[in-house]
Design a protein around this ligand. Structure first.
Ligand code: NAD
Length: 500
């Protein structure tokens, strides 16, 4: 493993190049509300690439008043945006997609500096994916025709009505892509939005709000409230004027938001954490499986869909481990801006401590470290870590770490593999590696998760349902599922021959 992680490189030049794209304020009713440093209503965002270089920006720190103003603007904005035709909305959303593509370099560098996301992956792939999210939902809405039929002497028409103001709360990992994924269906359906990005990576959301205004959103259609989750976030989800809440983050926060949604009887979707199994059956292409397993260290393991529990047939364990170590050894830790880097830093010093806490407790419980197991000194990298847990009940198996920490367990038959795969409270994603079509279907169907890949990972058609079972989530997004969530369906019935 190449380790260039401990020599923090300067971020000055790259920061200077994107300073023009940094928006530190809230966007409320089409106006920027700048941070008030005089009243210390700000928070810092720093770069995990060079934490000691000082703040990248001082961001506006919203409070209950900010939340009330943003929701008020979304209520006012709904009168106009909700009344636009789907074609008018589609035009603006396509323009926003065009602007995203035009600003690819700024978005990619902001995200890399702010969150440590791999720059090349952002520039070449994820910015475009964000633009595609807006195009996809704009087009899906246009394609939606109202269902009409006659029964019981009544002409029936099912109308899809925009639900109203929606609060969109997003996490710090892959912040740009995940935000577009949630904002696009809300806006395409005709809802106005208040977006609350995570406080550890707020910068790309500011630029996105700016581009939304440039694209021609009417005032109040697209609002942004920056700040801390327990402050402005909690106030937003508690506001009774909000008609939809869509959240991506941890199960712990999901519970808080679920309480607020229940209080106001507001429909709520939650995309929460994962602890995905990566099941390698005896007939698998072992090298392909081991390669993919080693790449679960990608993005420093800060991926909700990651297959972090490696489950391998006992009969191929040694072969698998040899290949896994070979692929893991080839991974280079380093600066996320360097195209030769495979693994960048974790997002925040607090998160590094959290990851290490999991590893220390795993060892205290009797787990055996097979590789890694410590933070890298002089940077926010954590060594890619593999642990043989003391038992399947160990915390390291049962709780999401959200860092580059995998566990290795073996099984002796298919039933045991499925039982282990289904043995946590999570159920977001899973991977199965096999060359048998019969086993692919049998094991794939037996696993309880929202997404199961066989011999693949991450690639997905965007119209497919997306979401988790168990504590991994409530509801489904993706394609029509997200549009259904953001709409109220109405059945209009007109008695035959009574209108002309
Ligand atoms: P988090 O739950 O700490 O925070 C998520 C967001 O919620 C942030 O914007 C935060 O400010 C806000 N928030 C916190 N407390 C709040 C409150 N009381 N009221 C309203 N908002 C509040 O999660 P995180 O640490 O930012 O993200 C990591 C988690 O997200 C992991 O569990 C990961 O698996 C999960 N995740 C899930 C998916 C998915 O699609 N299922 C995708 C990405 C991340």
């Amino acid at each position: 493993m190449t380790d260039r992680s401990s020599t923090a490189q300067s971020i000055d030049e790259d920061l200077a190049a994107v300073r023009h794209a940094i928006r530190t304020g809230h966007m409320i009713g089409g106006q920027w509300v700048e941070p008030d440093s005089a009243t210390s209503a700000t928070f810092e965002t720093r770069s995990p690439l060079n934490w000691d270089a000082g703040p990248l920006a001082l961001m506006a720190r919203g409070d209950a008043q900010t939340a009330a103003a943003a929701v008020g603007a979304a209520v006012d904005g709904f009168t106009e945006w909700g009344a636009w035709t789907v074609h008018q909305r589609a035009e603006v959303l396509h323009r926003l997609a065009d602007l995203i593509i035009e600003h690819t370099d700024d978005i990619a560098m902001l995200e890399t500096l702010d969150m440590g996301f791999m720059h090349e992956s952002m520039r070449a792939r994820l910015v475009g994916r964000g633009a595609t999210n807006f195009r996809l939902y704009a087009d899906l809405m246009v394609e939606h025709t109202e269902r009409a039929w006659n029964a019981k002497n009544l002409d029936h028409v099912v109308q899809r009505m925009p639900a109203g103001p929606a609060v969109v709360i997003t996490p710090w990992n892959a912040p740009f892509m995940l935000s577009t994924w949630k904002l696009a269906p809300a806006l395409a359906a005709g809802n106005t939005v208040v977006h609350k990005p995570a406080e550890w990576s707020p910068l790309s959301a500011g630029l996105l709000a700016d581009l939304a205004q440039q694209a021609g959103m009417p005032p109040g259609a697209y609002n942004l409230a920056q700040g801390i989750g327990s402050e402005v976030g909690a106030a937003l989800v508690a506001d009774p004027r909000v008609r939809r809440i869509t959240f991506t983050g941890s199960p712990e926060t999901g519970r808080h938001i679920g309480h607020a949604a229940a209080e106001n009887l507001v429909p709520f979707t939650a995309e929460l954490g994962g602890k995905g199994p990566l099941v390698v059956l005896a007939d698998a292409d072992v090298d392909a499986a081991a390669h993919r397993a080693a790449w679960q260290f990608d993005d420093s393991g800060q991926v909700c869909l990651a297959g972090t529990r490696i489950l391998v047939d006992e009969s191929i364990r040694d072969d698998f481990m040899e290949r896994f170590n070979h692929h893991a050894d080839a991974l280079a830790l380093g600066d996320s801006r360097d195209p030769n880097t495979d693994i960048g830093p974790a997002v925040h010093p607090t998160h590094v401590d959290r990851i290490h806490g999991f590893v220390e407790r795993a060892v205290a419980e009797g787990g055996r470290i097979l590789r890694g197991g410590a933070p890298v000194s002089g940077s926010l990298h954590y060594q890619p870590t593999l642990i043989e847990p003391a038992s399947n009940d160990a915390e390291i198996v049962q709780r999401e770490v959200f860092g580059p920490v995998l566990t290795l367990q073996t099984f002796t038959d298919e039933n045991e593999a499925v039982a282990l795969a289904n043995s946590t409270a999570y159920g977001l994603s899973a991977m199965v590696w096999t060359t048998s079509a019969e086993r692919a279907n049998r094991v794939g169907r037996a696993i309880r998760a929202g997404l199961v890949w066989v011999n693949a990972f991450l690639v997905r058609d965007l119209t497919a349902p997306f979401g988790g079972c168990g504590i991994s989530g409530i509801g489904r997004e993706g394609g029509d599922h997200a549009l259904d969530f953001h709409s109220d369906l109405k059945t209009l019935m007109i008695l035959d021959d009574t209108v002309h």
